[in-house]
Design a protein around this ligand. Structure first.
Ligand code: PSU
Ligand code: MN
Length: 303
């Protein structure tokens, strides 16, 4: 734990820490940039409820008024959801200036890991992580999320990576960085909207407890980095692979034509895919996040 003057725990998270109860971190870029209002706020509040129902205290993270907040009020969540893309999408590189300038920022996976670790929170649930983008051979667009997984000791539960990314290169990068990637109940990397990608994951776990053990052991033997749990979307909510892949290709084509670059890329693609699929990608996205929150709460309870 790196307690400092800038990390602020909500009273609920503070109490859970004191009493040694399980805590699950949640990110806020997914609220401001990942989903439209009002579904974003609804989903964020439901995530907190599902977390509590599964015996863990939710710690939604964001930068508010120059503080690295671990645990938000419902009003703060509503604010991030209403402001949407007007809030700064904050990754690792953005945190020092946002804190110095007393600004707000919605934290990405990388930044949420930093916030969580600074408060000693070990488990974090989200939808999808950033990764190596298609065409990264020339653009070098590789999300800071991957580097963070190599450096910061948080166990991140996601639904795999979307094929807006190059999934093979994303897995290669994680391998190079030595990040443990664990399929929950699967030998395959899930592709976010669908359960399969055809790409093998190095490890499989069928019980949350073994993941908790592996995490604790990694800390015990001096690992600095985190780990990545990939949890397939429940069968009943998974999308038709052809439909979603066609939508993704179309969205990428449009992003290229419009010259969308850098941190705008992921939010642009997510919104486009939602439009093309008539909203069904958003429904799937919401359900897979809930599924990840449940698993993360179980892992946190086992720690
Ligand atoms: N993937 C999603 N929804 C999201 C994101 C990714 O399905 O909201 C967000 C996460 O916050 C993630 C960030 O950390 O996008 C990655 O952005 P970038 O590729 O710019 O690092
Ligand atoms: Mn990028």
């Amino acid at each position: 734990m790196i307690r400092n003057m800038f990390t602020v725990l909500s009273p609920e998270v503070e109490a859970a820490k004191r009493e040694g109860r399980p805590i699950v971190a949640l990110e806020s870029t997914i609220i401001s940039h990942g989903m439209p209002y009002p579904q974003n706020v609804e989903t964020a509040l439901n995530c907190q409820r599902i977390c509590r129902e599964n015996g863990a205290v939710p710690a939604t993270c964001a930068i508010i008024d120059g503080k690295l907040c671990v645990g938000l009020t419902d009003e703060q969540i509503d604010y991030l959801g209403r402001e949407g893309q007007k809030v700064t999408k904050a990754s690792r590189r953005d945190i020092p200036m946002l804190l110095a300038m007393r600004k707000d920022g919605a934290t990405t996976v990388a930044a949420t890991m930093i916030a969580a670790a600074s408060a000693g929170v070990r488990v974090f649930a989200t939808g999808g992580i950033g990764g190596v983008h298609r065409g990264a051979e020339t653009t070098m667009d590789i999300s800071a999320d991957l580097e963070e997984l190599a450096e910061t000791p948080v166990c991140v539960v996601c639904a795999g990576a979307k094929s807006i990314l190059d999934l093979n290169l994303t897995m290669e990068y994680l391998e190079t960085k030595g990040v443990p990637v664990i399929g929950f109940g699967t030998d395959e990397l899930p592709a976010f909207y669908t359960r399969k990608s055809g790409i093998k994951v190095p490890w499989r776990a069928d019980e949350p407890a073994i993941i908790a053990d592996a995490y604790n052991i990694s800390r015990e033997i001096g690992y600095q980095g985190g780990m990545l749990v990939v949890n397939p979307i429940p069968e009943e909510y998974s999308m038709d692979a052809d439909v979603i892949n066609k939508a993704i290709d179309e969205a990428i084509e449009e992003a290229n034509q419009k010259g969308i670059k850098g941190k705008e890329t992921t939010p642009f693609l997510l919104a486009k895919i939602k439009d093309i699929t008539g909203g069904s990608s958003l429904d799937a996205n919401i359900q897979l996040v809930y599924n990840n929150v449940r698993l993360a709460a179980q892992i946190a309870a086992s720690m």
